[in-house]
Write a protein that binds this ligand. Structure first.
Ligand code: ATP
Ligand code: MG
Ligand code: MG
Length: 569
């Protein structure tokens, strides 16, 4: 069992359960379906779903779909897939738009209470009137309209009588508040735009703070967990919840009860935690969208993208991602996490879980001249050096094998331990070979090494323990399966791609070498992989069979991460 997690949010939950404030807790994960989820969202998902799970509570998946222009059912589907892939499931799937009628009734209630008014200022005027951090705002000239006039105008807004931007419904709070969010914030805007869930039913849409707080209240969310940038919105969140007071006004929920929608109004508490930021990447959905639209990457699921679809294709596992955010924990301090921390967590996971295979990515031919032409042997290899439960596999061996070009050096650099002319090296699991002859083509490139296998050094024979300095991997040329291997590096060349010094943007900081595709050879037991299966290719790194392109007869592997942190930036 993993140790009990300690952080300030779990402590609040523990206290609330101990004091009897809540008999059970309820949370929600509220993405806006305007893009794909990214690594940052993993922290929110693990927090919302994870805490509910740990404390025997429930967590809803709610699409915060109040901004129709940018939203799309494609994202709604992908977000569900991503949450499930991470290993979580929701209590109920909701859309904020399921509650549009309730929000509308709540807005009328605010108008009747004198807590909201219809304002005719333009967006630009509203900005002027708002004031600044050091200067109080000015009240709108429309602030003192009568309840009747406000109700009439608001109903006509809904009926579609006014063009986009002509009017807003605003909360009547305090134009002198030190918190700008409380200076009569907009609650509704006019937008003649069809909505991915409600179609043409509405031409007015609620603003985020109003919709979000009331959605939480409608669903009986006890702990509404979100990122720090919403800290300044909390007073407005509480204002909306308190002024509407759904818990004591069941008539506002009638549109839902009429449809048989279950609900359980409660007073939610918003708690903020820090965003997860990682260097060498960007994580705003807007910027990720631009990379896709400008063709700078191959799509949302490009293995270099920090989207969950992307890193999944790269070979990141849900276990590594969950471990990563779990170890970072939750706090109130924003911090920038080093990309290598993420990579090390993946290495750790794959080291324990990925079977070993052999592959040669930059091949040269080695001929073992003392073996008969038709020599063939089947060697038994352990699938994992540290875990016998992975079992063993057959690895075919024959007179000709592929080895890595850089495991041979005609003129060895200092300290070189692998094969040199006249020297010896061990072919992993097969025996010791001596290089007798180097064959070159007309251009002077090495194309073949003619070698002798020391027959006494084969596994199980008395000479098998003879010491040589190096051991290299190989694949039998006759049995090897040609494979496409995509070697990925970080998408950005600099730790802080958002740094805009010198008029540059993140698009100027892309790493030109972030993808290199090579043709290599893999042993048959690697070619046979299922899509998304991970391996350690010995001495090369961790690779995953591509989710979409891999086939046993035409293998495609993506490098997930190298064996060691070799990033030199
Ligand atoms: P972005 O700014 O990248 O577009 P967002 O915050 O607008 O992201 P939402 O879809 O609204 O994205 O996010 C859903 C939830 O995920 C929110 O509660 C949000 O606070 C949380 N979240 C988003 N990004 C991060 C992050 N980097 N770290 C932790 N939580 C995040
Ligand atoms: Mg958002
Ligand atoms: Mg956003």
């Amino acid at each position: 069992a993993s140790p009990v997690k300690q952080d300030f949010i779990r402590q609040i939950v523990r206290d609330d359960l101990a004091s009897g404030k809540h008999a059970a807790i309820k949370t929600r994960f509220p993405p806006e379906p305007n893009g794909y989820l990214h690594i940052g969202h993993v922290r929110a998902i693990c927090t919302d779903f994870g805490i509910a799970e740990e404390f025997g509570g429930r967590c809803n998946l709610r699409f915060d779909d109040t901004n129709p222009a940018k939203e799309d059912p494609e994202y709604v589907q992908a977000i569900q897939d991503d949450v499930r892939w991470l290993g979580f499931d929701w209590h109920e799937l909701r859309h904020a738009s399921d509650y549009f009628e309730v929000f509308y009734l709540a807005a009328e209630k605010l108008i009747r209470q004198g807590d909201a008014f219809v304002c005719d200022l333009t967006a630009e005027q509203v900005r002027e009137y708002r004031g600044t951090l050091t200067q109080p705002g000015r009240e709108s000239p429309y602030r003192n309209r009568s309840v009747e006039e406000n109700l009439d105008l608001f109903r006509r807004m809904r009926a579609g009588e006014f063009p986009d931007g002509a009017r807003t419904l605003r909360a009547k709070i305090d134009m002198a508040s030190g918190n700008i969010n409380l200076r009569d914030p907009a609650l509704y805007r006019i937008k003649h735009v069809p909505h991915q869930n409600t179609g043409d039913a509405w031409c007015i849409y609620p603003m985020y703070d109003f919709a979000h707080s009331l959605s939480d209240a409608i669903e009986g969310i006890t702990h509404s967990l979100c990122t720090l940038e919403f800290e300044d919105h909390r007073p407005l969140y509480d204002w909306c919840v308190d002024k509407v007071d759904l818990a004591h006004h069941p008539e506002l929920l009638k549109p839902l009860t009429d449809k048989g929608f279950p609900f359980e109004a409660a007073k939610p508490r918003q708690i903020e935690f820090s965003r997860l930021n990682i260097n060498y990447t960007v994580m705003s959905k807007r910027k990720l969208m631009a990379l896709v639209q400008d063709g700078l990457v191959d799509g949302w699921d490009d293995p270099r993208m920090p989207t969950l679809q992307g890193i999944r294709r790269r070979g990141y596992t849900p276990r590594a991602l969950r471990l990563f955010v779990e170890r970072l924990g939750l706090s109130k301090q924003n911090a920038l996490i080093d990309f290598s921390v993420l990579e090390n967590t993946l290495r750790e996971d794959l080291d324990a879980r990925a079977p070993r295979r052999m592959a040669v990515l930059d091949p040269i031919r080695m001929v073992l001249t003392n073996l008969p032409e038709d020599y063939e042997a089947t060697l038994r290899f352990a699938n994992h050096p540290k875990d016998a439960s992975f079992g063993e596999r057959d690895v075919p061996f024959a007179r000709e094998v592929w080895i890595e070009r850089d495991d041979f050096a005609e003129v060895p650099p200092k300290g070189f331990k692998r094969l040199i002319p006249g020297g010896e090296v061990r072919l992993r699991g097969a025996g010791i070979v001596r290089c007798d002859e180097v064959v070159k083509n007309g251009a002077g490139e090495v194309v073949e090494l003619r070698c002798t296998l020391d027959l006494d050094s084969r596994p199980g024979l008395p000479g098998a323990d003879r010491k040589v300095k190096g051991t290299i991997h190989w694949v039998s040329a006759r049995h090897a399966v040609p494979a496409e291997v995509r070697l990925y590096e970080r998408l950005f060349a600099v730790p802080d791609p958002d740094n805009d010094e010198g008029g540059k943007t993140y698009k100027d900081h892309l790493n030109p070498d972030s993808r290199r595709t090579v043709r290599g050879y893999v042993e048959p037991a690697a070619a046979n992989a299922q899509p998304e299966q991970s391996f350690q290719f010995e001495r090369l790194g961790y690779f995953v069979a591509d989710r979409y392109d891999h086939r046993a007869d035409a293998p495609v592997f993506n490098r997930s991460v190298t064996l060691r942190d070799g990033w030199t930036g």
